[in-house]
Design a protein around this ligand. Structure first.
Ligand SMILES: Nc1nc2c(ncn2[C@@H]2O[C@H](COP(=O)(O)OP(=O)(O)O)[C@@H](O)[C@H]2O)c(=O)[nH]1
Ligand SMILES: [Mg+2]
Length: 378
């Protein structure tokens, strides 16, 4: 039929148009709505604050000169690519007579920030770093922590645990437990020789997630570098948002040829997931590949899957999408993109290269979409 053919061409044109997809623009729009958690990384000079930040966020997020001093001792970093605001404290040495000044300034700053109406400056979490190399927790540390406790969610990070013995660490923990009974304390090190079972990165991050509201959990998960376990826990939450958007977009059954709005939801979701998994943190070239491969294939997977699942639809022109079809496809496609992104992120974390063309090939995506369509309806 001529009309069928014409309409089919409309869909193909739409898919062609997706090749001009503006990645940065779409991502900008997404990231404007993000509520970023504010995290204060406090502690003495040499406690390992910068190392901790680099370890978790996978890049030199808080480098000299990229931050903005908000007081003499507190520098605010709002990295371009990751969805957290970090505050680094600087300038006191252990035993420094100026330490008292530091105390006043940092506590005062957090109080002022959290009382201010500007939520963008709020500090939600405090990671208070005490180096195990000090072998002790000072009364001043305990004082500052006690004062911060009333202002934000605070945990102690015992850093550089490779530099202390088990007994010394236990003594530090005992001091904390005695003075601040409910204060969580997590022992960590960036030394890869420290066995995973003596590290408490997982516990520290789980505590952090538990103390953030849902939207900020998603933002923290986005910001993390190689912590794929946390990302995985949050990724499906992100898909769920787009499933809801798809349901909202298809209030009445929609002819397939008018499905541009749905394709836009899928491509935005794919972009969001790609950014969430941190795959776009490398070169700008990755974005081009993403647009040419993933975005182009989104339209293809969409039309192929829909023709498969819509009963009695022989052609795109006669196919009608109802809300059930729209949500189950969005769900399945989101899960599929998540799975491919997870594998890609794991490869990147291991230092391997990714071949996007084969990783996000139509057949690969179709197979996963089929799998998740079945899983949902069972
Ligand atoms: N042994 C060991 N050294 C560390 C660890 N973390 C950081 N360091 C070293 O401790 C020094 C101070 O770390 P840095 O992150 O700059 O501390 P900051 O002043 O608190 O930002 C640097 O030389 C780091 O390489 C760790 O887990 N173990
Ligand atoms: Mg530093």
């Amino acid at each position: 039929m001529i009309t069928d053919k014409v309409k089919q061409e409309t869909v193909l044109n739409l898919i062609d148009k997706l090749q001009y997809f503006d990645y940065d623009k779409v991502l900008d729009r997404i990231r404007k709505t993000v509520k970023k958690p504010g995290i204060l990384v406090a502690g003495a000079t040499g406690a390992g604050k910068s190392s901790l930040i680099n370890h978790l966020f996978g890049m030199e997020v808080a480098t000299e000169g990229s931050g903005k001093p908000v007081t003499d001792r507190v520098t605010r970093y709002e990295p371009e690519k990751v969805d957290v605001v970090l505050y680094d404290t600087r300038g006191y040495e252990i035993g420094d007579e100026k330490a008292q000044q530091f105390y006043k300034e940092v506590v005062g700053y957090v109080k002022e920030a959290n009382e201010s109406k500007d939520v963008k400056n709020h500090i939600h979490l405090v990671w208070y770093c005490i180096s195990a190399a000090n072998k002790r927790v000072t009364p001043m540390d305990l004082d500052i922590i006690a004062s911060l406790q009333g202002l934000a969610k605070v945990c102690i990070v015992l850093t550089q645990i490779d530099t202390a013995t088990v007994v010394e660490l236990k003594e530090m923990r005992d001091t904390i437990a005695k003075k601040l009974p409910d204060m969580p304390a997590f022992g960590v090190s960036i030394d890869p020789r420290v066995p995973a079972e003596s590290q408490e990165w997982d516990e520290m991050l789980d505590w952090s997630m538990d103390n953030l509201e849902s939207g900020m959990q998603l933002a923290l998960a986005q910001a993390l570098g190689k912590e794929l376990r946390i990302k995985r826990m949050q990724a499906d939450k992100l898909v769920h948002r787009y499933v809801i958007a798809a349901a909202g977009a298809v209030v009445c059954p929609l002819p397939m040829t008018d499905s541009a709005v749905l394709v836009a939801i899928q491509t935005t979701m794919a972009t969001h997931l790609f950014n969430f998994w941190g795959i776009d943190r490398g070169t700008d070239k990755i974005k081009d590949v993403f647009v040419n491969v993933v975005i182009a294939n989104t339209g293809r997977v969409f039309s192929r899957s829909l023709l498969k699942i819509i009963p009695g639809a022989g052609t795109m022109a006669s196919a009608v999408i109802n809300s059930g079809v729209a949500t189950s496809f969005t769900y399945a496609f989101g899960r599929a993109v998540n799975e491919v992104c997870y594998k890609a992120a794991a490869k990147l974390a291991a230092g391997d290269k990714i071949d996007f063309t084969s990783a996000f090939a139509v057949d690969v995506l179709m197979k996963l979409v089929d799998k998740y369509m079945k899983r949902k309806s069972n």
